[in-house]
Design a protein around this ligand. Structure first.
Ligand code: IPE
Ligand code: IPE
Ligand code: MG
Length: 245
């Protein structure tokens, strides 16, 4: 009895989620509570992110996808969008230093054409710089939208059908996945969203189809490695059936 109870409070290292998705929400409310500008919340959020990625990597998680900027976030005031873009640029630029020795592979997923040339160049550099690392793969969802990803995949498939490279009969869900930004990566097993909101907000619509969802009222800048542990333990205590019995 004692042992089985104890076990439920510890991570079972043999059954880790392979891919964790994180909707990092609540930066604005975190700042507001402190009488600070929203930008201060975003900056604190970037710090929280570094700690969480480091922890996930230490645990041996293989993939983490973090929602940094949605295709809908352009609706925000220009000042806030500019600030978020400059934070992301810094994050990518400093990846070399901040993730030094941590062996993280950094990738950006989302539509690049709306991003500034500076950010696009930096993405290429950072991806190139980290591509041979052996640790966790971190997808930064940047100008990412699940619907955009799926329609973009559909367009590319249509093009290949038109060019005679593939046949309509070849299209199935496995091959369709190969046209998404996450090609060759496993589906999301555990989806975490902070700040108390319980919605997807256009995040990884395809990849979360059988993900376990985990919500917390904590605001993203307050999310600590111990919270990640909690989410993983909860995940391990659920029964996943994938439609079976
Ligand atoms: C999440 O925090 C970060 C981004 C969406 C870029 P928010 O900025 O959405 O914070 P709230 O939801 O307004 O508190
Ligand atoms: C989702 O958060 C996007 C990111 C975390 C980057 P939002 O704050 O933009 O989502 P909604 O508007 O509450 O659905
Ligand atoms: Mg929000």
């Amino acid at each position: 009895m004692f042992f089985s109870k104890k076990k439920q409070n510890e991570i079972d290292m043999s059954r880790l989620p392979e891919h964790i998705g994180v909707i990092m929400d609540g930066n604005g409310r975190w700042a507001k509570k402190r009488g600070l500008p929203r930008s201060a919340g975003h900056s604190a959020g970037a710090d929280a992110l570094k700690k969480i990625v480091t922890e996930a990597n230490k645990l041996g998680i293989k993939y983490i996808t973090v929602y940094a900027f949605s295709t809908e976030n352009w609706k925000r005031p220009k000042e806030e969008v500019d600030y978020l873009m400059s934070l992301l640029l810094d994050y990518l630029r400093n990846a070399e230093k901040t993730l030094a020795g941590e062996d993280v592979v950094i990738r950006a997923i989302g539509s690049r054409k709306e991003l500034s040339q500076e950010i696009r160049d930096q993405i290429v550099k950072t991806e190139e710089f980290t591509k041979n690392n052996k640790g966790i793969v971190m997808n930064i969802a940047l100008n990412y939208g699940g619907r955009e990803e799926i329609t973009n995949a559909a367009k590319n498939i249509c093009k290949e059908v038109q060019e005679g490279k593939i046949k309509i009969e070849d299209i199935n869900d496995k091959m369709f996945s190969q046209y998404l930004y996450t090609e060759n990566q496993p589906d999301v097993d555990l989806l975490i969203r902070t700040s108390g909101e319980q919605r997807l907000s256009n995040f990884m619509l395809w990849q979360v189809s059988y993900a376990e969802m985990w919500f917390t009222h904590k605001l993203w800048p307050d999310f600590k490695p111990a919270d990640l542990h909690r989410a993983i333990i909860d995940f391990q205590n659920r029964g996943r059936r994938f439609g079976g019995v």
